[in-house]
Design a protein around this ligand. Structure first.
Ligand code: PGA
Length: 252
């Protein structure tokens, strides 16, 4: 059985105090929810304080990015996966479409970051997803397959099984236009089949694949009914503790 994961990506929002307040409220609202993983991803500056506030609760902490280089070194402005683990993170989002789109990240960069995360004992949440132009041109599947192969390249089966994949069609992020459960399911199936080809069916059946793109309390239940959707990566609707808790508590 794949344990569902509901992860909130706070992007470049919230002061440290606001982030701490939000995680404290969230932890109260999702107290006792033990059949699914709950994760929030604050900014780098908020991460240590949020992790401290979440200690002893069922909310885990992700970073939104990490350096491709491990450990320590002369890389001004970078934060390594080891440093994130030290600050209390257990997960790290890599290859979010905003990083690919605005910061020039390629599958090679994402691959290096996923390896750095795994090396530091963190769970990478590897994001993939096609642009609207890819979908309109009938290239959505080819693009996502390529992103999966490139981003997970060289990982062992044992490493892939520790990874989480998030399928986030770029046209659905922050637009209010979520993919239908059927469209999402088709792509999740394809991702699972691609992973089976890369590292075997055992791994592909065990790996969690999240859907992201305008997830809200109103659509999470329908998405979670699909057999290959194992959770959600939530942007806008994760910023408010009550709104995010409603998503986390789908089906309750
Ligand atoms: P959204 O963002 O939920 O605001 O569409 C999702 C994401 O970017 O992870």
């Amino acid at each position: 059985m794949r344990r569902p994961v509901i992860a909130g990506n706070w992007k470049m929002f919230k002061t440290v105090d606001e982030a701490v307040e939000t995680v404290a409220s969230l932890a109260t609202l999702v107290d006792g929810v033990s059949d699914r993983e709950v994760i929030v991803a604050p900014t780098f500056v908020g991460l240590a304080a949020v992790a401290r506030a979440a200690r002893g609760t069922n909310v885990s902490i992700a970073a939104q990015d990490c350096a491709p280089e491990p450990g320590q070194g002369a890389f001004t402005g970078e934060v390594s996966a080891e440093m994130l683990a030290d600050a209390g993170a257990t997960h790290v989002i890599v290859g979010h479409s905003e990083r690919r789109q605005f910061f020039g990240e390629t599958d090679d960069t994402v691959n290096a970051k996923a390896k750095a995360a795994l090396g530091a004992g963190l769970t990478p949440i590897v994001c993939v997803g096609e642009q609207l132009s890819d979908r309109d041109a009938g290239r959505a599947e080819v693009v996502v397959e390529g992103q999966i192969c490139g981003s997970l390249s060289g990982l062992t089966a044992e490493e892939v099984v520790r990874t989480i994949v998030a399928y986030e069609p770029v046209w659905a992020i922050g637009t209010g236009r979520s993919a239908t459960p059927e469209i999402a399911q088709q792509m999740h199936r394809l991702i699972r089949e691609t992973i089976a080809k890369l590292v075997g069916a055992d791994v592909s059946e065990a790996i969690r694949i999240l859907y992201g793109g305008s997830v809200k309390a109103e659509n999470i239940s329908a998405l979670m009914k699909e057999p290959d959707i194992d959770g959600g990566l939530v942007g806008g609707a994760s910023l408010d503790a009550e709104s995010f808790a409603r998503i986390v508590r789908y089906g309750y």
